[in-house]
Design a protein around this ligand. Sequence first.
Ligand code: HEM
Length: 406
Amino acid sequence: MILNLAVTPGEVATSLIILVMVFVFVRALRSKGRKQLSPPGPWSFPIIGNLFQLGDHPYLTLMEMRKKYGDVFLLKLGMVPVLVVNGMEMVKQVLLKDGEHFAGRPDMYTFSFLAEGKSLSFSVNYGESWKLHKKIASKALRTLSNAEAKSSTCSCLLEEHVTEEVSELVTVFVELSSKNGGFDPRNAITCAVANVVCALCFGKRYDHSDEEFLKIVKTNDDLLKASSAANPADFIPCLRYLPLQIINSPRKFYQALNGFIALHVQDHLATYDKDHIRDITDALINVCHNKYATTKTDTLNDSEIISTVNDLFGAGFETVSTCLYWSFLYLIHYPEIQAKIQEEIDGNIGLKPPRFEDRKIFPYTEAFINEVFRHASFLPFTIPHCTTAGHHSEWLFHSQENMHVY
Ligand code: HEM
């Protein structure tokens, strides 16, 4: 069969006109459909979407947009449609009542460094095996936190680790203030919290000046900074192929952290004793060695153990230390609140170290902690979610109400 490819200029012009008409018609149909189905939202530019409208404080901009568009609105971050969900009722609907439908994670380039498909927090593979993985990790965390303390005065192992670190932290604070007068408590707080997580995960605490420990705390900090700065490749997917520092920098920090955790896991694998579970890593190895597991998905392999410990490690210490850092800031700014908290604690337990069970006799102190969460709003969004069923692929951000700093 011979194809005649010779076309006249008239035919080209006619084809072009038809093509343009079809395109315009399809666009018109799509935008008509979208008007009926899509949530409201600001007009967006091609390719960059609404990226440049978000400003330096996206959560404040989104709160302003909420006033105009309501609790649920749609915008575009680069080329990606993002649904923003605001307000207690709507957030409850999405995360709890319809949680299963919105439990996925979007396939973001930054997540691909962190996840490698095996992380709990950033995995795009939501499903039965992810649920099982989460159940295993939650159980290990709960069991080890509630395990019996080594000393008799603490109710559980977590309380014991926290009490030890607090007393070390007080010593460090006294040293810093006698040397320098005023001081920035950030590093000392981060080391103390990281030590509680290390003790839970690896059964080991570090001296605040230990070089290996300080390197890891810094790497985690760099990783968080690098992955929380907007990565253009997350929003304009074709940019992931460019060899730019801003696009690829989180990868090296994640690999360094994984290397540190992998060493501990290898060490635990070599010294593991099923009758003597020392920490979360042992508890996870125990699941791997579980002879009752009937399928491969009932268990975790070594790299899944490493990434699970990495998840707990990463999620557990920056969050808590940032919360403490904010708490100190508020206490310095409001000395009268500081005095009332001191009065409540001294009045009830004197010089004894506080315990978890004292929480019920410290209502003012507890209200202060809750108020720090609400007012500082240091995590104004969840990790982005996406839908798990149907053909909707929008990401979801949850912007919380009344939670910004004045
Ligand atoms: C002040 C303390 C903390 C705050 C404010 C906080 C906040 C959050 C937020 C907002 C998320 C995202 C939830 C979502 O996207 O649905 C999250 C997830 C997570 N957090 Fe925390 N967190 C804190 C402490 C911790 C601690 C101490 C641990 C463990 C030792 C931890 C482990 C995790 C894990 C594993 C996830 C991922 C869960 C998932 O993907 O389902 N967090 N956290």
